[in-house]
Write a protein that binds this ligand. Structure first.
Ligand SMILES: NC(=O)c1ccc[n+]([C@@H]2O[C@H](COP(=O)([O-])OP(=O)(O)OC[C@H]3O[C@@H](n4cnc5c(N)ncnc54)[C@H](OP(=O)(O)O)[C@@H]3O)[C@@H](O)[C@H]2O)c1
Length: 236
């Protein structure tokens, strides 16, 4: 089979750069989209990836970037108040070729069916982030919620990967997942960022994740280890 061509939307961020690296490791051809001022953050990949600079909610830019791509990995940024996340998601949904695998990132706070049970600490964090966001007009959590609502309603081949709290550090391997926050498997609420990226890139070729919104946690965390016996090596 010809090499897979993938687009990373939001390539210059921490998660984005890890995704670019994982995709290159697999021999994929990579197109990255990032803000003009952030192009330098991709210098380490110079000559190995194509970079299209611009706002990720620029529909024409996304149209060009995803042309001919078999997969699109999108960072749903919770920053800004100009429908940045929902505009980005909508452009990807509209312009990716039919049949392409579309993988989106967000946090545990996104719920697909309302059956997630959130710890107190996470609920407090969300209330604070929403309040801080409205005050400073820097963060717009509700726009990420809207982005995911549109993705869930779409008949494209999507996966929404819901990340726990994140930390830097070496890879521990592919995170495990559950359909609902509140599952004891997820209690540790921590994933290495490099492994969050790994999960996103692996999802490109895992059809079992189509139309799923896996909530993930590091495979070496105590909750994952405690429940590994119940669901060895998989999510549920
Ligand atoms: N605890 C967490 O951090 C956490 C937990 C769960 C899930 N997530 C999810 O993980 C993803 C990325 O998280 P991350 O922590 O690893 O961050 P990251 O990769 O550094 O991503 C930040 C992204 O936001 C962009 N950005 C920053 N300021 C912006 C602005 N004013 N306007 C437009 N774009 C802006 C960055 O682009 P530039 O490179 O151009 O600045 C970059 O693409 C998100 O989907 C987030 O919801 C995060």
């Amino acid at each position: 089979m010809d090499s897979m061509r993938v687009c990373v939307v939001g390539a210059s961020g921490k998660l984005g750069r890890y995704m670019v690296q994982h995709a290159l490791n697999r021999g994929y051809e990579v197109v990255g989209v990032c803000r003009e001022r952030s192009v330098g953050k991709l210098d380490a990949f110079k000559g190995r990836i194509a970079v299209l600079p611009g706002a990720t909610n620029d529909r024409e830019l996304i149209k060009r970037a995803v042309a001919g791509c078999d997969g699109v990995l999108t960072v749903l940024v919770p920053w800004g108040v100009h429908q940045y996340s929902s505009g980005t998601a909508q452009a990807v949904l509209d312009y990716a070729r039919p049949g392409a695998r579309l993988i989106f990132s967000c946090g545990w706070h996104i719920t697909r069916d309302g059956k997630d049970v959130y710890p107190q600490s996470l609920r407090r964090e969300e209330v604070l982030a929403r309040w801080f966001g409205r005050l400073t007009r820097m963060v717009d959590i509700d726009d990420q919620v809207e982005a995911c609502r549109r993705i869930f309603a779409s008949d494209t081949r999507w996966t929404v990967v819901r990340g726990s709290d994140l930390e830097e550090g070496e890879s521990q391997g592919l995170p495990v997942w559950s359909r609902h926050v509140g599952d004891p498997l997820l209690a540790s609420n921590m994933t290495r960022r490099v492994d969050y990226a790994l999960f996103m890139v692996e999802a490109l070729t895992n059809d079992a994740l189509i139309h799923e919104a896996p909530a993930i946690v590091g495979c070496r965390t105590s909750s994952a280890l405690a429940y590994a016996a119940v669901a060895p090596g998989h999510g549920r």
